[in-house]
Design a protein around this ligand. Structure first.
Ligand SMILES: [Fe+2]
Length: 358
């Protein structure tokens, strides 16, 4: 638990109360750019006691494992197939922290605002301040993922459907941000699949894309935001990284989602040559209306949920933070709520979705 323990020795000047003093303070230029182009600004989450080793240990010990994703990855940014789930069965919070400190892991602690009220209050406060400082910003929904990742971890090139902010709390990382809406960077078909949840966020990447990228080195107390759908990739630089990722939806982001989902449905299911990504005007309005009607009528296919199966399990004593399971594939703790594994007479493993409705 080298790095993460060492990082906790940093004096914590202020404890949990942030009432009466803003967590963010954006300049007029930063507020004006928010949502339109990348904005790097400051916050003071790293001064709170929510992110110390002992606070993270408390959180992880009891954190529901069906809301905790663990992954490992390779070192070649071109090879996104190396992104692999890792099981957490029987692994304590302390072992998770030790493994991430010593290994090559990425933990997504999902929906932290639903599990721990203190994070909900924190995210509420952040968005209240953002809305106050960026008067045109109107978030309809928001959610938070706490990310704990190893000193050398990376995240492959991808584009998220909804806008988000990355609040860096501990450790440092480099983020490459690419322009949104460039079909040479992410194809329109793939962006439609991402919006409709038929594809994960990951997209094919080539080194030459970097000519169009802006890079940001994030230190504790930095927050980075970028425009909706702007592709990005991340490489940690130093120390165990603790970051809060917040995702929000707005009227504008929902409108874009409807346009992409409508194009997908009408072009692929009904062979209507619908490709315009215009989000305003009568035609766009009618298209969105028609899509909504199709959705209400049950004409929009629901994407299958993805089961995470693996032959890797967290091991705090292993050099990469995980070990190979001798017995073959297992369903991760994260997927056990929705799936089971079935083994047939010849030993073949298949995944079966649990029907919660029955
Ligand atoms: Fe992302």
């Amino acid at each position: 638990m080298d790095d993460i323990t060492a990082a906790a020795a940093t004096p914590v000047s202020e404890q949990s109360s942030y009432r009466g003093s803003n967590l963010i303070s954006w300049s007029e230029a930063q507020s004006a750019d928010f949502g339109l182009r990348p904005v790097l600004a400051r916050h003071r989450l790293h001064q709170l006691d929510l992110f110390t080793d002992s606070a993270l240990l408390d959180l992880l010990e009891n954190y529901p494992r069906d809301r905790l994703q663990a992954f490992t990855m390779g070192t070649d940014v071109l090879n996104r197939k190396d992104w692999q789930p890792v099981d957490t069965a029987g692994v304590s919070g302390r072992d998770l922290l030790t493994a991430v400190g010593n290994g090559r892991l990425w933990f997504n602690i999902l929906q932290v605002h639903l599990v721990d009220r203190r994070y909900r209050d924190l995210i509420d406060e952040l968005y209240a301040e953002l809305s106050e400082q960026c008067p045109t910003f109107g978030p309809l929904k928001k959610n938070g993922t706490l990310i704990i990742s190893s000193p050398t971890a990376l995240v492959y090139y991808h584009a998220d459907a909804q806008p988000n902010l990355l609040w860096q709390v501990r450790g440092s990382k480099r983020v490459w941000v690419y322009p949104p809406g460039d079909k040479a960077l992410v194809s329109q078909d793939l962006m439609e699949d991402i919006f409709a949840s038929f594809a994960d966020e990951e997209a094919p990447y080539e080194f030459e894309f970097d000519r169009k990228a802006t890079t940001f080195d994030l230190m504790p107390g930095d927050v980075l935001s970028w425009s909706q759908n702007a592709p990005h990739r991340v490489t940690n630089l130093q120390g165990v990284n603790v970051s809060l990722s917040t995702v929000h939806e707005t009227k504008d982001s929902d409108r874009r989602k409807l346009v992409y989902c409508a194009n997908r449905l009408f072009r692929r299911s009904y062979r209507i040559p619908s490709r315009s990504t215009k989000e305003t005007g009568a035609l766009s309005y009618v298209k969105r209306l028609a899509y909504r009607a199709c959705r209400r009528a049950g004409l929009v296919e629901t994407p299958a949920r993805r089961a995470y199966i693996t032959n890797l399990r967290i091991d705090p004593n292993a050099s990469n933070g995980f070990r190979l399971l001798g017995g073959g594939l297992v369903l991760t703790e994260f997927s056990k709520k929705d799936f089971t594994l079935k083994v047939n007479a010849s030993g073949q493993v298949s995944v079966v979705q649990i029907n919660h409705a029955s």
